[in-house]
Design a protein around this ligand. Structure first.
Ligand SMILES: CC(C)(COP(=O)(O)OP(=O)(O)OC[C@H]1O[C@@H](n2cnc3c(N)ncnc32)[C@H](O)[C@@H]1OP(=O)(O)O)[C@@H](O)C(=O)NCCC(=O)NCCS
Length: 178
């Protein structure tokens, strides 16, 4: 197993992975939506605002994760982890946690302090994420599941240092994702 940055020519493979994983787990419509999100993240984000990592086994991409920049009113920045997918036949083998740990390691190395995610607390709490209040750290859109709003500080500064309204990349600037 190898974790690495995705390469330019791998966009379609990563998009197909998201379509297939989310179609299997949540139905065809969700698969289409997440495939579209992956495509838009690649096509509409500035290079410095987006990280996409993949997990590879025997030359095949079996998992992928996106992190994109969020900016707060006090000009502090964070990266939001969303979405992540592990091929249905390879789930439950530590690949998802491995991808997240790999991403966090890369961020630590380049001085990113805050990482946010929006998902299942049971999964992300294993990796050190903690529930955050959407009043303290404001999401760019109203959350349909506020219990899934989670954050992690990589240098001990409280995540509540992220002040005021926030904005996210264009691909995530759609209430359907929140
Ligand atoms: C969620 C997902 C990324 C996890 O990756 P994975 O490689 O299967 O997970 P790992 O093997 O690294 O971790 C497994 C652990 O997470 C837990 N876990 C896995 N998926 C979970 C989920 N959807 N909800 C809660 N816990 C989950 C397992 O219980 C397991 O816990 P354990 O280590 O204590 O036994 C993967 O299952 C997936 O792609 N699911 C479909 C798409 C999805 O739901 N993506 C997340 C929303 S963006």
């Amino acid at each position: 197993m190898k974790f690495r940055d995705s390469r330019k020519g791998e966009k379609e493979t990563v998009v197909r992975l998201f379509v297939s994983v989310f179609s299997d787990s949540e139905g065809k419509e969700e698969g289409k939506l997440l495939g579209q999100l992956a495509r838009e993240l690649f096509e509409s984000s500035n290079e410095t605002d987006l990280f996409n990592f993949v997990a590879e086994i025997d030359g095949q991409i079996v998992g992928s994760i996106f992190f994109s920049r969020m900016v707060f009113e006090n000009e502090d920045a964070a990266f939001i982890l969303a979405p992540i997918a592990v091929h249905s036949e390879h789930q439950g083998k530590g690949i998802g946690q491995g991808l997240i740990k790999y991403g966090l390691g890369e961020f630590k190395a380049c001085g990113v302090t805050f990482v946010i995610t929006y998902g299942n607390p049971k999964f992300y709490e294993k990796l050190g994420f903690r529930a955050i209040s959407s009043e303290d750290v404001k999401p760019p859109f109203e959350l349909s599941q506020p219990e899934g709003w989670l954050g992690l500080s990589l240098d001990g500064r409280p995540i509540e240092s992220l002040l005021g309204n926030s904005s996210c990349v264009k691909a995530l600037s759609n209430p359907v994702h929140w």
